[in-house]
Each structure stands twice: as C-alpha cells, then as structure tokens.
Write a protein that binds this ligand. Structure first.
Ligand SMILES: Cc1cc2nc3c(=O)[nH]c(=O)nc-3n(C[C@H](O)[C@H](O)[C@H](O)COP(=O)(O)OP(=O)(O)OC[C@H]3O[C@@H](n4cnc5c(N)ncnc54)[C@H](O)[C@@H]3O)c2cc1C
Length: 388
C-alpha cells in the first residue's frame, strides 16, 4: 500500500479550506444551524453552493461531474468538511454511497442522468433498506414490488424505517423483494424511487442524536422500468457491493478525529495535562492512525474496482468503535462538554458527539455482524490456504 499523499491532494486541501471559509459558505452554514432548531438542518442550499465550486465528487471522472482525482482527495474533503463544521451525512449518503454504486454498477443512462446532479448537489439520495423487523438480516426484506398489470412499470408496497436524511432526499435507493427465488439472496431488486412519487410518505422519528430517523410508507407507489437498478432479482450482489462503499469507515474516522482534536484543545485550556490524559490522548491518536489507514485502504480497493466486503467490515468496525471510545473518553477526561467555537449554534460539540456515538456501532452494519463477516472471511482464507 502506498502511504504517500500526492501533491495535488495538498493543493486540493488548500482550495477546500478557502471555499469552506468563504463568507458565502459561512453564511449558508449559519442558515442551516439557524433553521435546524436543535436537529439536523436542511443542507441542500449549502451543498448546491459547494457543488458549484466543484468540490463534492473529487475522485469521480470529469465526464460524470467529478475532478478525476484519487481517493485521497475524498479523504481530505471529508476531513475539511468536518473541520469547518459542515454536516456531512446527506453528502456522504448521496455521493459516497449511492453515487459510488451508480458509478460502479449503473447503466449508461443512469450515470448520465444521476451522477452530474449528485456531484453538483442538485440531487440528493437516501438509503431505504432497513425495515421494522429486518435490519442486519436484509435478505429477509418484505417490501414488495410487482409488475404493473397495465404497463411496463412496477408497483411498490411496504415500509422502511430508521433511514437518515429521507426528508431532504430527492431519490431513495430501495431494497425490495420482487421474486421468491431459490435462496433468500435471490429475488431482491434495487429501485431508485423518487421521494415525491404519489404513495411515498415520510415521517420523522425521534433519535438520541441530532440526526433524525425516518419511517417511510410505500403504498401502491408506481415507478417506471428505468427505476430498476441492476437486474431484476439480482439486487443482493449490488447490496454487497454498496456495503463495501458504505463501510469504508471514512465518515466515522473523520468525526472521531475532530472530536479528539476538540478534546485535546479543551484539556490544554484547563492547564498542563496529567499523565493519564497524555496516555489517553496518545492511545486514541494511535487508534485513529490505524482507522485512517484502514479507511484509506477500503477507499483504494473501491477506486481499483476491487470491493472487499471483509476488509470494509474491518474498517467500519475499527473506525466506529474508535469513534465511540473517543467520544466517551473525551467527556470523561474533560468533565464537562466543550463548546466548539465554529459550531456554537449547534451547542456543545462533544455533548452532541456523546449522543451520536451509540448509533455509530449500529449504522451501516452492527459491530457484532461485522465481526461475524470478518471472522468468517478469515476462516475461509485459512481453509483455502491450508493453514487450518
Ligand atoms: C445512526 C443510524 C443510521 C442509520 N441509517 C440508515 C439508513 O440511512 N438507511 C437504512 O436503511 N437503515 C439505516 N439504519 C438502520 C441500520 O442499518 C440498522 O439499525 C442495522 O442494520 C441493525 O438492524 P436492526 O436495528 O434491525 O437490529 P437487528 O438486526 O435486530 O440487531 C439487533 C442486535 O442483534 C445483533 N445481531 C443481529 N444479527 C446478528 C448475527 N447474525 N450475529 C450476531 N449478532 C447479531 C446486532 O449486532 C444488534 O446488536 C441506521 C441506523 C442507525 C443507528
């Protein structure tokens, strides 16, 4: 693995810093916080502004709205968004998860239609996978789609829950059963559902964190044949592929790094750190370095079109467990929440982190399930190489 960062990435960081500190960006960010009323706000105006600056999809090909850069620029983008207090989850879901899947596996029409709009912030996406009874066990989804009796399209019925950002998303990538198949993994199809289609209802669900969950009812939702993503019935391989992008761990690592920086600054303000505090900081910095390398490798695998679900599971597990540990340690070490001066409007940043942390080891794959995948893959490797 190449640990060096290209010079172009350093240039990109400087460009990002200038764009994210500009008066217009700060004004739009303040507007997000002003309207958010304690919850996650509507960031779409801000994203459109950043999209016009051409920074949202650095590693995508230029023809699809990107800059033709490499994955290190995506890492730097996430680090700078967090450092400048820009809420990243709608961006991450739209561009880094749904967009990356379209880039890897979409049809030429889907790429042409969707990618430039996702990269410009004009189109946003959410993920509609989890159902009230099925989260980890996605192969059991019960939301159904049947072919229209009077046309070429499909009719969707069912319920999705615990998804983020659905109130601000234009499209939802929805996992649906279209056929019983020979195994549970066959007969699942992915659909790109317009969130304003008749029959889609979106209701907010309270959450411990500031990010709101949503409950989505799909009632006789009609979509055209172009809404099918991939082959009908062949959605499971796409879901697995998407997990390799969703589970890079990058979005967990960048938040954890920001929290540790805040904690270090807060401790420095309280006077010379104790030995215990220095040991704690060093331990968490070392874990963060490992998280960054694991996330970078997952991103590199994707960039080289070698999605590796077992490595991605390891990266997500490590980054999310590290982030959770840092959030808890930070508040304990400080004794009281620290106010992030750049995010004063959203309250004490580490208190927010403390409420966000429990969900991190559940979202995008619960830790127990990830460990199961990692150990399963390692055992298989051992069997194949004859060491077991
Ligand atoms: C912050 C956050 C954001 C989310 N965003 C989205 C989103 O945008 N879109 C979306 O569709 N969903 C989203 N989810 C839902 C998330 O994907 C599910 O919560 C997750 O997959 C777990 O599913 P579950 O809640 O049904 O729990 P379950 O699957 O019922 O799991 C309950 C417990 O059992 C354990 N468990 C389950 N299976 C096994 C196993 N085989 N071996 C060992 N232990 C097991 C789990 O680890 C967990 O501790 C989000 C969740 C959170 C917390």
């Amino acid at each position: 693995m190449d640990f060096s960062v290209p010079g172009s990435t350093a240039d990109f960081r400087r460009e990002l810093s200038a764009t994210l500190s500009s008066p217009e960006t700060r004004h739009l960010l303040n507007e997000v916080h002003r309207r958010a009323d304690g919850m996650d706000g509507d960031v779409r105006d801000l994203y459109r502004h950043l999209g016009r600056a051409g920074i949202l999809a650095p590693s995508w090909p230029i023809g699809h709205g990107g800059r033709g850069g490499d994955h290190t620029e995506t890492v730097v983008l996430l680090e700078e968004l967090i450092r400048h207090g820009v809420p990243q989850s709608l961006y991450y879901i739209s561009v880094q998860i749904v967009g990356s899947l379209i880039l890897q596996s979409g049809t030429a029409d889907q790429k042409r239609d969707l990618l430039p709009r996702l990269a410009s912030g004009d189109l946003t996406a959410c993920i509609l996978f989890t159902e009230p009874e099925h989260g980890s066990d996605l192969a059991s989804v019960t939301t159904r789609a049947e072919r229209e009796k009077d046309g070429p399209g499909w009719v969707l019925n069912g319920r999705k829950t615990y998804n983020l950002k659905s109130a601000y998303a234009d499209i939802g990538l929805c996992a649906v059963r279209t056929d019983e198949g020979h195994s549970r993994y066959e007969g699942i199809t992915l659909f790109v559902v317009p969130m304003d289609a008749p029959g889609v209802s979106v209701r907010g669900l309270a959450s411990l964190a500031d990010e709101q969950f949503h409950d989505i009812h799909l009632t006789d939702v009609r979509v055209g044949p172009e809404a099918v993503f991939g082959d009908p019935g062949g959605g499971w391989s796409l879901i697995t592929r998407m997990f390799a992008a969703e589970r890079s761990g990058l979005d967990y690592y960048v938040r954890a790094r920001h929290w540790l920086e805040l904690a270090a600054a807060g401790l420095a303000e309280q006077g010379p750190p104790t030995d215990d505090e220095l040991v704690g900081l060093a331990r968490h910095r070392a874990r963060l370095d490992a998280s960054r390398l694991l996330a970078c490798r997952a991103m590199q695998n994707l960039a080289e079109d070698r999605p590796d679900i077992s490595h991605a599971s390891l990266a997500k597990w490590h980054c999310s467990e590290t982030a959770q540990a840092i959030s808890w340690w930070s508040l304990e070490a400080l004794g009281s929440p620290v106010v992030d001066p750049d995010a004063a409007a959203v309250g004490p940043a580490l208190e927010v982190a403390y409420r966000e942390a429990p969900g991190m080891t559940i979202s995008g794959g619960a830790s127990e399930v990830l460990l199961d995948i990692i150990t399963g893959a390692r055992l298989l490797d051992d069997v194949e190489t004859g060491s077991r």
